[in-house]
Design a protein around this ligand. Structure first.
Ligand code: SAM
Ligand code: DTB
Ligand code: SF4
Length: 416
């Protein structure tokens, strides 16, 4: 009998065939940070080094424009391809867009917007902080970090009934999506059970649901999907090259890992960032490039203008000129033509004309309701008046599943 390899021996004992048991020990399976496809690399590279897979991404594997990988084998579900990245966006190309004459840039963005969306429709999401304050992360922008001296204390998780009540009000005022946020580094298994019950209840109202609960461990995204979560919000927040200056308690790669898990579970991705954190234009371009190179691109891209909160390290950040904010929205629209671009935090001190310019440049979603998570937002009445003035109207959400069936069978719209 020919000598048996150790792998053949294990296979024989298990009663399985040892054709291709697993890759030899020196081959490590990585996940490309651009396309989320697994690929093998012949030697375990240092985690500090950056790699792209050798498929299409190799073409862009130049010194400045490579993507990071980490040794987590992820598979993207084949049905989960809403809008694959049409091209790879180099940071310098995005910066070149930023440098276009202002009105030319807005005009190009408006054209892209009209090719992909009804420019009169605005998606309305209402936010609720279901667990506020005391977060162990040290994000320099965030009033909820336990590392900063803001006047926010650590609160308990809100009660389910109270959350559902808030969601009903949001729906009655015209919001199509209810976004729930928690000041966690990531949820514990028990927290996933609690939020799953909440998601189920909100989904039952016939609204889209979105959650932002921090970094997810294996299996959690699937549990949230199962509970009825539609979107997971997890922002890249700033240029990957600057990430460590803004947050010291996690890495950009950790964010990417969670985004991979979210995508693999079949959840829709809401991923954006913040501008106005003393970054350079090149760094804003880096943020937009990192979002646009997610493949598939995120369905929803929140562009936040920093809300400066006393006690946070960025409380005295320099004001970003309004034109630079409109440029950021325009560049997001051009590079992510099929994504909803949300004019997010920071609207409270944006004049109406500036918001109108953002809508012109392709923003087609807002946070609707007088509070974001812990800071203020324009009230609904003001937003409705602004939308009327601009002849915009809320995007209607068509309910799916049980609610839709009941409505269809009875011919009566559910009374929420
Ligand atoms: N803890 C979770 C996380 O970080 O993913 C979820 C909540 S966290 C508050 C959600 C997002 O809010 C952050 O990623 C950041 O983009 C945004 N954010 C937080 N503080 C902000 C501020 N002061 N101004 C603008 N956006 C802010
Ligand atoms: C996002 O990109 N912006 C929202 C939402 N996702 C969760 C949060 C904005 C928070 C602004 C500061 C606060 O209200 O605490
Ligand atoms: Fe925590 Fe999220 Fe705030 Fe960072 S942004 S401190 S993770 S709540």
């Amino acid at each position: 009998m020919p000598s048996e390899s150790p792998l053949d021996g294990i296979a024989r004992l298990r009663g399985t065939k040892a054709e291709k048991p697993f890759a030899p020990y020196f081959q490590t399976r990585y996940t490309c940070r651009r396309c989320f496809q697994p690929f093998d690399y012949p030697q375990p590279p240092s985690l500090r080094r950056r790699f792209a897979c050798q498929r299409h991404c190799a073409a862009v594997n130049t010194k400045e424009h490579i993507m990071t990988v980490s040794p987590v084998a992820l598979r993207r579900k084949t049905e989960c391809k809403p809008h694959p990245t049409a091209r790879y966006w180099k940071k310098c190309d995005v910066e070149a867009l930023f440098g276009l004459p202002f009105l030319e840039l807005v005009y190009q963005a408006a054209e892209v917007h009209r090719q992909n969306f009804n420019p009169r429709e605005i998606q309305l999401s209402t936010l609720l902080s279901i667990k506020t304050g005391g977060c162990p992360e040290d994000c320099a922008y965030c009033p909820q970090s336990a590392h900063h001296n803001t006047n926010l204390g650590k609160e308990q998780m809100m009660d389910v009934d109270e959350i559902v009540e808030k969601a009903k009000i949001a729906k009655s005022r015209g919001a199509s999506r209810f976004c729930m946020g928690a000041a966690w580094r990531g949820p514990k298994p028990k927290d996933v059970e609690t939020v799953s019950a909440i998601i189920k209840a909100v989904k039952g109202l016939g609204m889209e649901t979105c959650g932002t609960f921090g970094m997810l461990e294996e299996g959690m995204a699937e549990d949230l999907k199962e509970a009825g979560l539609d979107y997971y919000n997890h922002n890249l927040d700033t240029d990957p090259d600057r990430y460590n200056d803004i947050i010291h308690t996690r890495r950009h790669e950790d964010r990417m890992d969670t985004l991979g898990k979210v995508r693999n579970a079949g959840l829709k991705v809401c991923c954006g960032g913040i501008v106005g954190m003393n970054e350079t234009r090149a760094e804003r371009a880096g943020l937009i490039a990192s979002l646009a190179n997610l493949d598939p691109q995120p369905e929803s891209v929140p562009i936040n203008r920093l809300v400066k909160v006393e006690g946070t390290p960025l409380a005295d950040a320099e004001d970003l000129d309004w034109t630079e904010f409109v440029r950021t929205v325009s560049v997001a629209r051009i590079t992510m033509p099929q994504s909803y671009v949300r004019l997010s935090a920071g609207r409270s001190n944006m004049p109406e004309a500036m918001q109108a310019m953002c809508f012109m440049a392709g923003a087609n979603s807002i946070f609707y309701g007088d509070k974001l998570l812990t800071t203020g937002n324009p009230d609904e009445d003001g937003d409705r008046i602004l939308m009327e003035k601009l002849n915009l109207y809320p995007l209607q959400f068509e309910p799916e599943g049980e609610v839709a069936e009941v409505e269809k069978a009875s011919g009566i719209k559910a009374d929420y």
